[in-house]
Design a protein around this ligand. Sequence first.
Ligand code: UD1
Ligand code: MG
Length: 480
Amino acid sequence: MIGILLAAGRGTRMKSDRPKVLFTVNDEPMAFPAYQALLELCNPVGVVIGYGGSDVKASLLERASELMNLKSLGFQEKTIFFTQQELKGTGDAVRTAMQGFLRGGHKIDPAEEVIILNGDLPLIRKQTLDYFIAEARKQSLDSACMTFTTMNPSGLGRILRDMRSVFEGIREEKDASPSEKKIREVNSGVYYFKAAALLNSLEKISDNNQQKEFYLTDTLGSASGFKSEAIRCPFKWDLSGVNNAYELAIARSLSQARLQKNLAENLGVSFADPLSSFVSARAQFEGPCVVGPNVQILGRSKIGKEVEIVGSSLIENTEIQDKVLVDFSCVLRSAVLKQGSKVGPFAHLRPESVVGEEAKVGNFVELKKTTLGKGAKVNHLAYLGDADVGEETNIGCGTITCNYDGVMKHQTHIGKNAFIGSDTQLIAPITVGDNAYVASGTTLTEDVPAGALALSRAELTVKADYANRLKARLKSKGSK
Ligand code: UD1
Ligand code: MG
């Protein structure tokens, strides 16, 4: 079976310079689910590109390369990209693909089946195509489109049926008469053809219509001379097409709801407030966990079992191992949180930070390129950048690794079981040995050997009964 994905259009109604099919849904290009479904069903798969073609190609291949099942299906060998030189409509796009296959030496059997999908169907799934193909085969059809009924058919091709409900053809909105515009059964952009019927019908279509385009939709219906049907789809969500920013928003919330439902049912991931949370299709969960309100899990994040994410956090490309607690309001980017660790509330983990097993990062702590050993603690108000901290070491409140001298970044090494007192500044590059003790308020400019005490203290002056005199003097100055 041949697959064809139509992804050459600009998507003018999105009112953006970005190719429509690259707007993301669940963090994937909008055209990806259709591409994936075709890869799962067909060989070869032709992708018609045009506007922004090289970006569209790169994004589809990049996402496919992240999925094991598509890799094992050999997605790269299966896929052929064809460039539609001028965007002269969906019929012209399909013609570009069919001619491209033939030119590339692909022998097309007249009885070979062809599945064609619009690139703006981000909720389409293989199982829906399976149903459609089975129906087309059962009825021995030469061609078919999938339809659904909607209260708001505006912008879509209307399904024309005669008095006996026989499928006559598809009328595009711009060419429809007022009475045709009232029809609520519409074309979804999912098509089935026998190759012979497709090739024959493509030769006959013209661009004699309001948009001066070659419509693929003109190849269907009784007028085509082939056995053609319009098949109603029982899974309506799958056909939510995207033509403008509002429809994109609807498609995003529907596909996010579906993704969260699958995670909940298959793995026991429980979302406290599904509407306010977002999970990327690229993220992986391993088992049951709790996700509070307002949580965004982006990119290739990996979430282990029995993790609790309390709420209002942004987690991007971050690995969270089993039994981790992410307390309220954290920003975690390209970090690793090892088993049993706790972060937050209000923690900021920047790229290449690793929180060791059972380690703890508390409120208003920022880590950058910093590794905390097992059981280490940074509980309050600290900045650690370009540092590594040994097991069981305690970093006091207000500690700062001064990693930047205005030109270069420098490393801080802190050993195991060390104690860094509150309000310490470590002027990097610097090393504090195992079991060392740095007293509160120290500005550390030299390495501290293992087991040593380091303290820097300015001399302290305490003047008895001086406070009231000082205040009186200041007041008398102020009254002058
Ligand atoms: C199309 C259908 C319409 C259907 C609707 C469903 C036609 C003529 N009309 O209209 O009946 O109800 O989809 O959403 O097919 N494309 C190309 N090359 C082109 C033009 C388009 O590759 O020259 C691609 C686009 O990238 C897109 C798909 O084809 O992925 C559909 O194009 P679009 O402009 O969205 O068609 P609609 O006007 O929505
Ligand atoms: Mg469309």
